[in-house]
Design a binder for this molecule. Structure first.
Ligand SMILES: [Zn+2]
Ligand SMILES: [Zn+2]
Length: 354
């Protein structure tokens, strides 16, 4: 199915920035730009910043977030579920949410997070979480996450709630920062996913990498992830809903109208993060090498005191956060590319997720 060629004007207007990736022992939080990155580039750079990295090679932000998460989670998960629900469940989840953002998503989501709600979904609802994105008057975004406090009619255990939270945060990250230009949207079958579900390969790849990482922090979380995914760390319900959505879009004729690129069932083995229906394969060595080459270069804004310390070979305080400038004004393209598509999407959208 040939795609509609972009006009010169359209091509000129589309800018894909280089995403940010942590390099060893960065001690800065980058400020990512809204909807500026191709989904595949964002996936690569983000996963390379947290996946399969030893503690000593994490940034100090990440180490702190991981430590705080594990301590709080372990303490609260041991308490009787009813007692936790009756006392500080909300504040616990809020703190865990901030830790997850800091560790996996560069702390970039918290400024966009409007509300976090714990509620009872109507009986019979199969969803456990909702994600809602609103465009503000100043063309920025705010997102809201809502979690169902119950599972199977009973108060949900903390690992279950955290599992849903990770799912929703992954949606939030991609919705806020992945580009939605016509070229990118055109490849939604192989990208972030169809508008109604957004459980495409890029989502599943990032969610997988986050789940695998979190599973190594807690046996309880690992158990929940394994149950939900049949041991694959690919949430079966996410894949199932996405496949239904793809069929719906094809049947409706919308995919032709939008010149959608066809769904690739067996992605190339050359991809750095290869997401198929039953597995995700992360080629860690190639991923790191690629990201080192293609991620936005950052230059620390070194203070005079630090510069002087360097010149004099003094020991500067490495725990002091420094500001980084990100050189990301160029279109990022590399061999690990999905092509990208069209139609703009404003306003508020609710995501159906579980
Ligand atoms: Zn784009
Ligand atoms: Zn979802």
């Amino acid at each position: 199915m040939p795609g509609k060629p972009l006009s010169l004007v359209e091509s000129y207007l589309i800018k894909h920035l280089k995403p940010f990736a942590y390099k060893k022992r960065h001690n800065a939080r980058p400020s990512l730009q809204v909807r500026a990155y191709r989904a595949r580039d964002l996936l690569n750079c983000t996963v390379a910043s947290f996946y399969d990295i030893s503690n000593e090679d994490l940034t100090s932000h990440q180490r702190r977030a991981k430590k705080e998460f594990i301590e709080l989670f372990e303490r609260q998960a041991k308490r009787p579920i009813a007692e936790l629900h009756d006392t500080d469940l909300y504040s616990t989840l809020k703190t865990l949410k901030a830790c997850l953002d800091e560790f996996f998503f560069f702390g970039s989501l918290t400024p966009f997070s409007q509300e976090f709600t714990l509620t009872h979904f109507p009986p019979g609802t199969r969803l456990h979480g909702l994600f809602n994105l609103t465009e503000t008057e100043d063309k920025s975004f705010r997102f809201k996450i809502t979690l169902d406090k119950r599972r199977d009619g009973k108060p949900a255990a903390l690992p279950e709630l955290v599992a849903t939270l990770v799912h929703e945060l992954t949606h939030a990250f991609l919705r806020v920062f992945a580009c939605q230009c016509p070229r990118c949207l055109r490849n939604d079958f192989n990208g972030v996913g169809i508008k109604t579900t957004r459980h495409g390969p890029i989502f599943r790849g990032m969610h997988y990498a986050a789940m695998v990482s979190l599973a190594s922090w807690s046996e309880e979380l690992d158990r929940v992830f394994r149950i939900r995914s049949g041991g694959t760390y690919i949430q079966r319900s996410s894949l199932a809903s996405e496949k239904i959505s793809i069929e719906d879009v094809k049947k409706s004729g919308d995919s032709q109208k939008m010149h959608m690129l066809p769904y690739i069932r067996k992605p190339s083995s050359r991809l750095l993060i290869r997401v198929s229906e039953d597995s995700v394969v992360i080629d860690v060595d190639r991923l790191r090498a690629n990201v080192k080459r293609t991620a936005a270069s950052i230059r620390p804004a070194i203070s005079f005191r630090e510069k002087l310390s360097k010149i004099l070979n003094l020991d500067s305080n490495s725990e002091t956060p420094v500001e980084f400038k990100i050189d990301s004004a160029k279109d990022c393209s590399d061999a690990d590319s999905d092509t990208s598509v069209p139609f703009s999407n404003g306003g508020s959208t609710a995501d159906r997720s579980d």
